[in-house]
Ligand binder design. Sequence first.
Ligand SMILES: [Zn+2]
Ligand SMILES: [Zn+2]
Length: 274
Amino acid sequence: MYEIAPDVAIVPMLIANAYLAGNANSWALVDAGVPGSQRRIRRAAAKRFGRGARPKAIILTHGHFDHAGSAGVLADEWGVPVYVHPLEFPFLTGRSHYPPLDSTPPGFFSALSRFFPNSTVNLGHRLAALDLARPPAGLEAWECHHTPGHTMGHVAFFRREDGVLLAGDAVTTMNLDSFVGTLMKRREICRPPVPATMDWDRARQSVELLAALGPRLVAAGHGAPIQNAAGELRRLADRFPIPVRGRYVRDPVRADETGVTYVPPKENRLTYRA
Ligand SMILES: [Zn+2]
Ligand SMILES: [Zn+2]
């Protein structure tokens, strides 16, 4: 755990980062790692805010298992709700599953994704609807932006006063498509993780939205935070690399508040895009 900006600390973890936002009087946990991350997160919170520190809320950028995994255990322990965009509810209540991970695109993460589940954890009664206009207690200083594409209810958090962006999986700060990039954890602002992204047109629009905010610091779910990132994020938005091939590239997954309503057939993996 280390501070990346005033009142913001990262809890780096093997798969996906979590963040502690706020001060000892009022703070929130943003994302909660894979299942089994609770000890690490608890220790980080105790180190930063004191023993027995409890947040006002747990807030998820989206419901994928590597971001929501330990949210239930921690919510019960701390007695706090888990805020998430309503479009993520069906996946976190067992009503629907995320579409199967598409392992057809090349890359290390894609190969690894064969071993990832497309179901996530069930948070049931712990869930609370995130109000985009009014971020929950613990995140008062932040704006909440709907950034669909990776998943339909994906959100990112932006602190305008100093340009800090908690981007979730709307972008990554390491190249998950490259074996070397993943291994070396080379810092680079890249598109969302390919195998799990549901709608590439929306993903591109969301990166455009984030680039327009002009963030100084980009802190994402995967990779180490990047300082002075506005220019690099702008370039990603201007030349957004929609994957050349992949099951969901030409024909996006469709979803609404009931969950997934359409998954493109598997044959689409052979579709090429110029
Ligand atoms: Zn994700
Ligand atoms: Zn992720």
